[in-house]
Design a protein around this ligand. Structure first.
Ligand code: SF4
Length: 386
């Protein structure tokens, strides 16, 4: 980043973080009807529900932060299983956003395990223009850790929900957690996800987050091999849905080639305000919501019922974890060869792996940012020397 160092805390914040969010995550409940073995949510057994007042306060805040000429803010319903609220409550939470949606100022999205989706849910999601993301980890054998509280596999219920989406004609994307097992079977994973009829694929290599700290994460060599195989698969399947991570790398390479890379380098991190069911707001990583630690005051930047989002964001540079993250980004910029592409990656991974945001390298950035670049460079080298 070209800007010189500054001692003004607000200017330093704005050098790295956008003052306007492009997305706001709403956690309408922490409860989930599944109990996946890698889940990071500490409150997934707690039945709670966001009051309509919280959604209305978010809608008022978004009204202040946007105008009809700018791009829509993505309202992402996530972090728990939003559909466990039931259609009536979910519709009540969507209602305060309706006029904003009609003006093109918000775009809803929901991340769901799909197990509860039926025709009536499709009706509701279609009426409100909600983009659907389904969490599914591949074919039955690779999906085995997605289970309910009785330990029963959720696979058939997920497929039933996806079937309902397809029958209704509602497009959906998928996000898969890549386990140690699927890391060695990317083709089977991608073939299966493609056959589901999704419009795009996101691949999250399993990471340390929230309360999921138990399993070993992949080493760099395995991750490079995985991405190399994903690249090869994608090369041979031009008709297949785009893979989010490859798309991002492709954008970076295109911008490098056509001389617009400064735009990539100038792009600031989204503050990603995440609003919990009781209206608390945390910044930078949705995974920090409901994470208890006195060192960072539970990561609360404020509460939407007491302060609008604009006021919360105006004070964000005073939060200890936010300033530490800025230091972490500075550290990445001066120490890491992958920074040009990566731009410093995720805040939450730094905390969950190192207990601080000033840290640089994490297992997540090694397996997703670094490994992808190395795999692409190796693939290109092989292509040009063949
Ligand atoms: S790859 Fe890791 S260490 Fe390097 S810039 Fe990204 S987050 Fe920082």
């Amino acid at each position: 980043m070209a800007c010189p160092p500054t001692s003004d805390p607000r200017a330093r914040y704005l050098r790295w973080i956008s003052d306007r969010p492009r997305q706001v995550v709403l956690q309408p409940t922490t409860f989930c009807n599944l109990d996946c073995s890698y889940c990071y949510l500490p409150g997934r057994a707690v039945k709670n529900a966001m009051p309509v007042e919280v959604a209305a306060a978010v809608a008022r805040s978004v009204t202040e932060l946007t105008d009809a000429s700018g791009p829509p803010v993505r309202i992402i319903w996530h972090a728990g299983e939003p559909l466990t609220l039931g259609r009536v409550r979910f519709a009540e939470l969507l209602a305060p956003f309706e006029s904003l949606r009609a003006e093109g100022r918000v775009q809803h999205a929901v991340q769901t395990n799909a197990t509860l989706i039926d025709d009536r849910w499709c009706d509701l999601l279609a009426v409100h223009g909600v983009r659907v993301g389904v969490s599914v980890d591949g074919p039955r054998v690779l999906n085995a850790r997605r289970v309910d509280r009785a330990g029963r596999a959720a696979f058939d219920r997920i497929l039933r929900g996806i079937g309902a989406l397809r029958e209704y004609g509602l497009p959906f994307s998928v996000i898969s957690v890549v386990s140690r097992e699927s890391l060695h079977a990317p083709e089977a994973l991608l073939d299966h996800l493609t056959a589901l009829g999704c419009r795009s694929i996101g691949l999250n290599i399993e990471e340390y987050e929230g309360v999921n700290t138990g399993r070993a994460v992949p080493d760099l060599g395995d991750a490079v091999d995985f991405w190399a195989r994903v690249l090869t698969w994608s090369h041979h399947r031009p008709d297949a849905p785009p893979v989010r991570e490859l798309d991002r790398l492709g954008s970076y390479l295109r911008m490098t080639r056509d001389g617009t890379r400064p735009q990539w380098e100038d792009a600031r991190h989204d503050p990603i305000p995440t609003v919990t069911a009781n209206g608390d707001v945390v910044l930078l990583s949705p995974e920090l919501a409901d994470t208890r630690t006195s060192a960072y005051d539970d990561f609360r930047a404020g509460n939407i019922l007491r302060q609008p989002l604009a006021a919360i964001l105006a004070d964000a540079h005073r939060l200890r974890y936010v300033t530490e993250f800025l230091t972490g980004l500075d550290n990445c910029r001066t120490s890491c060869d992958f920074f040009d592409f990566c731009r410093g990656s995720q805040a939450g991974n730094r905390y969950f792996e190192h207990g601080t945001f000033t840290a640089t390298e994490t297992a997540y950035c090694r397996s997703t940012e670094q490994a992808l670049v190395i795999a692409a460079a190796d693939t290109t080298r092989k292509d040009t020397t063949a």
